[in-house]
Design a protein around this ligand. Structure first.
Ligand code: FAD
Length: 376
């Protein structure tokens, strides 16, 4: 039986990046059930980096991640990981107070965030309807993420450090002999004293194999689809447009517009599929706000964004089960909070203090710790 220091379960962005960060000090194996890394949620995201999105811990992790994503280590990727995009929140009649509040809160974190008039919003995205838009809030420094390059970069860097990557190696059994875990996988048995649970929507299912108490993870389905942008509107240069009440968004994506109803439908862990009703809801909401004809939907998909109750990622050793480390609950921010989250995980797996890049932005071990669930 092969032995490693750490076995990371799940080759999405969370597992790949954490395995890389841990491989600097340990012999690491990354185990993935599917034939392809990123097959589930990590292959289905909207690829946005916004430092005002999420709660204080999430925002801290995102801000802490910017430097790495802007200037990754030499050889990490042939492509830039971030590209300028900008975000524009838009609101309609009755949402003026909401916009003002979002502008104030956003500017406190990111000074370039500011409220704009309806005319300014229309100048940026002329397809918005004059009789719908009442104003907006811009976050000019929000970026597009090259999520494929990011995932591929972490996997390559992991291999360069001597880490092993095993596809079609789904974990189906875990037992502990008092010193280390024995992992039963489709690709054979593995022994490791530490198991990192980065199984995305399946994190509680993997925790159950280890006998850990559930963290109450809820996978929530989110739908997205691509349509042709309205011709002659310069859509490729539009910012990401997000409804102030988060009832829809659309953003340029490789010559198309990526649209979503921003749905959050609770789901079992599964290979999520889009529901026609959610696509129709998005088309209806977007067409109320903007003149974007939808003649044909080029591609549609859905993915699971997994949250615990406080919407903060769960990073740390289980308080009861020895050698079982949670890396769960990345919600709708799993890309933009990497690599800070990976470096925090690597510190915590060694029981070291969190890196200053995170603590300087207000991220604490207590906020991430799975122990917070055993107090309730
Ligand atoms: C529509 C949509 C839009 C999004 N937009 C953004 C965005 O703009 N910005 C952003 O930062 N984030 C966004 N996200 C969220 C982001 O995609 C996720 O937070 C992130 O991908 C989660 O990564 P993960 O590695 O935890 O999960 P996953 O990518 O799902 O990886 C988990 C892996 O674990 C594997 N696994 C599970 N069980 C086992 C087992 N027993 N054995 C072996 N392997 C196992 C699975 O096969 C899977 O590959 C979006 C998500 C969706 C769905």
């Amino acid at each position: 039986m092969e032995s490693f220091d750490i076995a990371v379960i799940g080759a999405g962005i969370a597992g790949a990046s954490a395995a890389w960060a841990m491989a600097a000090r340990h012999r690491v194996v990354l185990l993935e059930r599917e034939a392809q890394a990123g097959y589930h949620t990590s292959g289905r995201s909207a690829a946005l980096f916004s430092e005002t999105y999420g709660n204080a811990t999430v925002r801290g992790l995102s801000v802490a991640s910017r430097d790495f994503l802007m200037s990754p280590p030499a050889g990490f990727s042939e492509h830039a990981l971030l590209a300028p995009r900008g975000v524009m929140l838009v609101g309609t009649a009755g949402q003026e107070g909401l916009l003002a509040g979002l502008a104030e809160e956003g500017a406190r974190l990111v000074p370039s965030v500011r409220e704009i008039t309806a005319a300014e919003a229309l100048a940026r995205v002329p397809s918005l309807r004059r009789d719908w838009v009442r104003g907006g809030v811009v976050e000019p420094d929000a970026m597009d993420i090259d999520t494929n390059a990011m995932l591929a970069g972490f996997l390559r860097a992991l291999r360069q450090l001597g880490g092993q990557v095993r596809m079609e190696a789904g974990l189906h059994g875990l037992s502990h002999d008092g010193q280390a875990w024995r992992l039963e996988t489709r690709a054979g048995a593995i022994r490791a004293p530490v198991v990192v649970d980065a199984g995305g929507a399946w994190c509680d299912a993997i925790g159950a194999m280890a006998g850990a108490r559930p963290i109450g993870l809820v996978p929530k389905r989110r739908t997205a689809f691509l349509v042709d942008p309205p011709p002659g509107m310069g859509a490729e240069a539009w910012p990401s447009v997000i409804a102030a009440d988060e009832s829809f968004y659309f953003k340029p994506d490789a010559g198309k517009l990526l649209c979503s109803p921003a749905d959050e439908t609770p789901s079992e862990p599964c290979d999520a599929q889009p529901d026609e009703i959610d696509v129709a809801i998005a088309v209806d909401r977007i067409q109320q706000a903007a003149d974007i004809p939808v003649a044909r939907i080029a591609h549609r998909w859905a993915g699971l964004r997994s949250f615990v109750a406080d919407k903060t990622p769960v990073v740390g050793y289980d308080p009861v089960v020895p050698g079982f480390f949670w890396l769960a609950g990345q919600g709708g921010y799993g890309f933009q909070t990497t690599p800070a989250m990976a470096l925090c995980a690597a510190a915590l797996v060694d029981r070291r203090a969190l890196p200053a890049m995170a603590t300087d932005r207000g991220v604490t071990e207590a906020a991430l710790s799975p122990s917070r669930f055993s107090k309730s």
